[in-house]
Design a protein around this ligand. Structure first.
Ligand code: PXP
Length: 245
């Protein structure tokens, strides 16, 4: 059964829309954890468009579940991670002009740079996860880099429909099995919703799902604790029949 990492970046997005003090993602974490969040994820972006350094510092002291720091593989972010010591670092690609993380890390292209960063984080006992597309060649390099963890990008699955979605689902299943056979531990996320999460939650071997936008959206209607509870119950008890939509 997969656990749930709740990404709270979109709470900070609302605050930053007015550059004010509310809503405060740090205090909202309490509600997410009450709803059953197994972990809290934040992406400290280089342009600080949502989560701020102050948030990360306070979250380090106040998160009672696990704190997963998503970040670009840069010198600035590496030294922030080494100062903060989150429970996990997930390395993601980052482009300033993107609305959200668009594709997985190209671990083949950036192999040498990633190797050094993984080593430095691992020396400080910070588990490292690489956010990658479910592509065989990328998985092989993740294993070679000994990152320990990967997070499979579920974006293509999330935006596709019918036969294409069934194909993307089978690619994710095969990639999970392949990654595990290489000794990697597997998380997954991006674009998951209340409507499409169950098939992913039912994949054997996926340890954690990182989900943000859909939970924060539902929280506007039902409150964050309830929104997290509803997502948890879908993940804990996914329907295994054919529910592809
Ligand atoms: N995983 C990673 C690596 C991400 O970059 C994001 C988006 O910040 C998510 C998961 C969560 O995606 P979503 O907000 O679409 O649920």
């Amino acid at each position: 059964m997969a656990s749930l990492g709740v990404n709270i970046d979109h709470i900070a997005n609302v605050r930053e829309a007015r550059k004010t003090f509310e809503p405060d993602p740090v205090t909202m974490v309490l509600l997410a954890e009450l709803g059953g969040a197994d972990g809290i994820t934040v992406h400290l972006r280089e342009d600080r468009r949502h989560i701020q350094d102050r948030d990360l510092n306070l979250l380090k002291d106040t998160v009672h579940s696990r704190l997963n720091l998503e970040m670009a593989a840069t010198e600035e972010m590496t030294s922030i991670a080494l100062n903060t010591i989150p429970d996990m670092v997930t390395l993601v690609p980052e482009r300033r002009e993107e609305v959200t993380t668009e594709g997985g890390l190209d671990v083949i292209k950036h192999k040498n740079k990633l190797r050094k960063i993984i080593q430095r984080l691992s020396d400080s006992n910070i588990p490292v996860s690489l956010f990658v597309d479910p592509v065989q060649e990328q998985l092989e390099i993740c294993a070679e880099l000994q990152a320990g963890w990967i997070e499979l990008h579920t974006g293509k699955y999330s935006i596709s429909k019918n036969k294409k979605r069934a194909l993307e689902l089978s690619i994710l299943k095969e990639s999970t099995a392949k990654a595990k056979s290489y000794g990697l531990r597997v998380n997954a996320g991006h674009g998951l919703t209340y409507q499409n999460v169950e098939q992913i939650a039912a994949i054997e071997g996926i340890e954690e799902l990182n989900i943000g936008h859909t939970i924060i959206s539902r929280a506007l209607a039902v409150g964050l604790t309830q929104a997290v509870k509803e997502m948890k119950s879908l993940i804990i008890n996914p329907r295994k029949d054919n529910i592809l939509i």
